[in-house]
Design a protein around this ligand. Structure first.
Ligand code: AMP
Ligand code: AMP
Length: 355
């Protein structure tokens, strides 16, 4: 697959490279970043969202589709290749397109690693190899013996996740989520049941530059989820009502950490990058996010990783405290991606950053 993409890239005019993506998730971030680095941009977006991408003026060319799956249509792929497009993948590539093997357009990053997000077993294998601390998982609902969170596969943004402390409760709440239309029966059969870690949720967005062989902390955020609304209702009222909070993400907040906690975050990022090279050649390329919870002893526990840009980096535009310290100029994930592509073109190293 990688060889096929490299062949396609060989036919590209390196002075005419355009940056493209799907219109959702972190597209504004990606497209603004591309423009800040002097690239022309292409946005493949749903007709109903055209007004957003027109309004912000960061897409030089808009391709309208009814469904993101149309990205796989030969006519669209042909157009993108003719325009020397490098695609920047984000959450919608995983959520709405799934397997990327039929996408014959170069993407920035490592599509093999992106598949780890769809499979929680693969993710676990990655974590275990890296020797990092993760929540305990339960292979069967029958084994639930403590407070657990029930999750699904793929980038679902917390939709339909629920808490449970027993096998019986698992059954009841699962059925309720199906009734509420948040998940379907088949998703409920393939759940991941994780011990619920009580603590502070922190999302670290790093960038690994294969050109500089450097791990960079670009921004840190936390999420604003449906469940956060619970805190606005007194416990007395919560007990009286049949509330079923879920973890659907609505937005993100920027964050800075106690500086002493950065050490562990970097140690974790280093191990994750190291193992990525063993499990999926050529290893990590560009943005990745380590989703963590710091427990009562301020110990870092990783519950998920995304090997691509996450929407939480949108809080880091035009700069986060960390990216500013590192670059001394406005820098954010979309721009950092475009900067790496620009440097790769200058150094004739594009094949190192695409897959
Ligand atoms: P959307 O374009 O909003 O449908 O998002 C595409 C995919 O990314 C969906 O699976 C969302 O759940 C996920 N997503 C979007 N925004 C965020 C966010 N701020 N944090 C986490 N996941 C997100
Ligand atoms: P994820 O889809 O793995 O990013 O998880 C979505 C949300 O569920 C997170 O932002 C957390 O709020 C919550 N969450 C996921 N896993 C755990 C866990 N093991 N313990 C506590 N909260 C979790």
């Amino acid at each position: 697959m990688r060889e096929r993409i490299i062949e396609i890239l060989k036919n590209y005019h390196s002075n005419k490279i355009k940056i493209g993506t799907l219109g959702s998730h972190s597209a504004l971030n990606i497209l603004r970043g591309a423009k800040d680095e002097g690239f022309e941009t292409i946005c493949v977006c749903k007709s109903k969202d055209v007004k957003i991408y027109k309004n912000f003026g960061v897409a030089d060319r808009i391709i309208e589709v009814e469904d993101f799956n149309e990205l796989l249509d030969e006519s669209i792929q042909n157009f993108l290749r003719n325009e020397n497009t490098i695609l920047i993948p984000h959450g919608s590539f995983n959520a709405y397109i799934g397997k990327l093997e039929n996408l014959n357009v170069p993407i920035f990053g490592n599509r093999k690693l992106m598949e780890y997000e769809i499979s929680r077993e693969k993710q676990r294998e990655w974590f275990l190899k890296a020797g990092i601390r993760i929540p305990k998982t339960f292979s069967s609902p029958e084994d639930i013996d403590r407070l657990c969170i029930v999750k699904y596969h793929g980038a679902k943004g917390g939709r339909g996740y629920f808490l449970t402390s027993s096998p019986q409760e698992f059954k009841e709440k699962g059925e309720k989520m199906v009734k509420m239309g948040l998940v379907n029966e088949s998703e409920l059969k393939k759940v991941e049941i994780q011990e619920y870690i009580i603590g502070a949720n922190i999302y670290f967005s790093f960038f690994y530059s294969p050109i500089n062989e450097r791990i960079e902390l670009i921004s840190v955020d936390r999420r604003y989820e449906h469940v956060d609304g619970l805190g606005r209702i007194p416990a007395k009222e919560q007990l009286k009502t049949d509330i079923e909070p879920t973890y659907t993400v609505i937005g993100n907040f920027p964050l800075v950490l106690r500086e002493s906690l950065l050490r562990e975050a970097f140690n974790t990022a280093e191990r994750i990058v190291e193992v990525s090279k063993e499990i999926a050649y050529p290893g990590m390329v560009g943005p990745f996010c380590i989703e963590t919870i710091f427990n009562e002893r301020a110990e870092l526990i990783v519950f998920e990783i995304s090997a691509r840009i996450v929407a939480g980096t949108n809080v880091g535009i035009p700069s986060s405290p960390y990216s500013y310290i590192l670059f001394g100029e406005n820098m954010y994930m979309g721009r950092r991606i475009a900067r790496e592509i620009k440097i790769a073109i200058e150094k004739d190293m594009l094949t190192e950053v695409i897959y």
